[in-house]
Ligand binder design. Sequence first.
Ligand code: FPP
Ligand code: MG
Length: 252
Amino acid sequence: MEMIHTASLMHDDVVDNAPTRRGKPSANAKWGNALSVLVGDYFWCKACEIIVQHGDFRLLKVVTDTITGTTEGEVLELTQSNDVGINEEEYLKIVRHKTAVLLSACCHAGAVLGKVSEMLETALRRFGLDLGIAFQLSDDVLDYVSEEERFGKTRGSDLREGKLTLPLIVALKRCTDPERAIIKDALLSTELSEVQLGKIIELLDKYEGIDYTRKLARDYAERAKSHLKPFKPSIEKDALLALADYVTSREE
Ligand code: FPP
Ligand code: MG
């Protein structure tokens, strides 16, 4: 799963033309797009090869469904970039596909390998899905509010990439026409200035786009935790519950 995740990020950084990843130069910035695409391909093919060797075809299906899902999410996001008409439901569909299916698959794979009942397998799959949505919602908040050195990404990078995430979608829905024009200008500008970014962050504050998104992230994290109710107490369960709290409280 880690190899598939790495592959998807190497490809994503090419798609987004991202200069950094986790606070360091991205693979595409260091070695170029061609190498990033090919090494990414190698990683996810190698991951599938390892699962085929293991011989559990249910596990293989969990993993291949994930690769299909995340790719669909990326394509959906790309086709909706710069589209100020995107609504919360469409945004959540992208988030579910782009990010949550991977976390869901990690939990689902554990359930398959652990040979738990169908009911518990579904519970773990749902835990991962809601956890993944909570994670991405928090990530989209951090893109606007984090300290760059701690987050490892440039502040406002979603806006620069033409990505409309929930904080901005909420503000767009609530703001005045002149303010909407400011947001559109910022989205379409080739070089987003610090002044423009500052103005957008002001609008996110004014229309509570950040607070709304943070609250929704906490709701998803709570829903994730509720899926674990049928599991009896264990340190593993405690770790998963703590993870759900961590994704909405992290600052980097
Ligand atoms: C990060 O999103 C990207 C993803 C979570 C998924 C990327 C998926 C693909 C490129 C499809 C190919 C998949 C495989 C397995 C090869 P983001 O750009 O919002 O986050 P970021 O800010 O961390 O870049
Ligand atoms: Mg990206």
